[in-house]
Write a protein that binds this ligand. Structure first.
Ligand SMILES: [Mn+2]
Length: 412
């Protein structure tokens, strides 16, 4: 069987900006590529949507994507789902899709997530701490998955879940977490799972969430980072490799990457200045942009410039006004200039690093983080399920919150 693997389509990303159609366009390329390669099954590793509660516009786009899979006279195909002894059967008249939810779709247990909606609409089979079995042409594929959970709880969740490969089948695990070795610093809030914690014995352990594809740990650990189909975080690593999908052949165990035929070009350039003045910075940036754009073709490229180093005495980061340059190149590129000069204090730098690491966040996600942070400073000592209470508060369900909190014994 041919299994198409991709992730992090982030439908709804860039709403109201020049990039509003990009997530959809590139996800469409991914679906079409999977069809063109005659995939028998599609596996997605989360963050199909950019928001936990997608807009109607994003829902329309998502249903259009799944509509691409439907073809006339599609053969009826069955995916069996199983969780804690509970069983369900899902039937597809097209290429079946199996998916977990990502961190962007994460909701507390009192609420349904977007993947559950897609499942009931017949688009996919959603597995969270569950198993899906698909059989075709005498081959058996077993996919087990754990949706994205808050990083500091991820290792415990993985250990508790403890998936085991099924004998006689081709076995997959779907995850949506950060992995310690892939991050520049050690912080349990950002990653608690290391490569050594990944479940052994599977043909492929597939991870979404990290947006740059990586096959670095394929030979020793059968571990694949699929990468996103769209750039949302503009990380340097994403400029090194195009966006695309993987095709895994279950018999030969051969894995191949295919680039999306059409995708926005992303250029990342770092400048290191030493006691620079404003004129030097402007001149360097402008020269570089002219040089980069002389070879760029197609749609407006996405260019991120990172300016680092030190400034001449008396000049501060806030004095670096590059608006004239941004204006000059606005019809030639989507330009993002990030100034990170040394005058920043250590604390601010750390905060900035955390911010880039965590990527773009919804207001709700930021609110939740603040809520968690404030609680950690009190003596509450994890007396209740924070995410659950937060989601209920966000929905205005005060009665249920009171009910939940009054169930807790003090000091429990
Ligand atoms: Mn993502």
């Amino acid at each position: 069987m041919k299994i198409a693997i991709f992730s992090d389509m982030h439908i709804g990303f860039g709403k109201g900006t020049a990039r509003s159609e990009e997530a959809f366009d590139q996800a469409k390329e991914a679906f079409e590529l999977a069809l063109k390669k005659n995939a028998d099954l599609i596996l997605l590793a989360g963050d199909l949507f950019n928001e936990a509660i997608p807009s109607q516009e994003a829902w329309v786009q998502m249903f259009q994507l799944f509509g691409l899979l439907r073809k006339e006279n599609g053969m009826q195909q069955i995916v069996n789902w199983e969780k804690n002894g509970k069983k369900r059967q899902f039937s597809f008249a097209c290429t079946p899709v199996i998916s977990i939810a990502g961190t962007h779709e994460f909701r507390g247990r009192d609420f349904k997530n977007a993947l559950e909606v897609l499942q009931e609409a017949g688009c996919l089979v959603f597995i969270h701490a569950a198993k899906a079995v698909f059989e075709k042409d005498g081959e058996k594929i077993v996919v087990q998955g754990l949706s994205g959970v808050p990083e500091k709880k991820a290792l415990d969740a993985l250990k508790m879940w403890n998936p085991q490969p099924v004998e006689g089948a081709c076995n997959f695990v779907l995850l949506h977490q950060s992995i310690k070795e892939f991050l520049p610093f050690d912080d349990d809030m950002v990653a608690s799972i290391a490569l050594a914690d990944l479940p052994p014995g599977f043909d492929l352990v597939i991870d979404g969430h990290l947006h740059w594809a990586s096959e670095d740990n394929l030979t020793d650990r059968n571990f694949l980072v699929t990468g996103s189909t769209v750039i949302t975080q503009m990380k340097k690593l994403e400029s090194k490799k195009p966006k695309g999908i993987f095709i895994f052949e279950s018999k030969s165990k051969n894995l191949q990457f295919f680039s999306l035929p059409k995708q926005r070009k992303f250029i990342f350039e770092k400048f290191e200045f030493k006691e620079a003045n404003l004129e030097q910075i402007r001149e360097n940036v402008e020269t570089k942009l002219v040089e980069l754009l002389s070879v760029a073709s197609g749609d407006l490229p996405l260019i991120k410039l990172k300016l680092k180093g030190s400034l001449v005495k008396g000049l501060e980061g806030k004095d670096i006004d590059l608006r004239a340059i941004e204006e000059k190149f606005k019809d030639k590129a989507l330009l993002f200039i990030d100034c990170d000069f040394e005058e920043l204090g250590f604390k601010q730098k750390l905060e900035q690093l955390r911010k880039t690491q965590l990527g773009s966040k919804s207001v709700a996600a930021m609110g939740f983080e603040l809520f968690e942070k404030n609680l950690a400073e009190t003596g509450f000592n994890e007396a209740f399920e924070v995410k659950r209470v937060f989601d209920l508060l966000a929905e205005g369900d005060i009665d249920k919150v009171v009910e939940l909190l009054s169930e807790q014994k003090p000091g429990d």
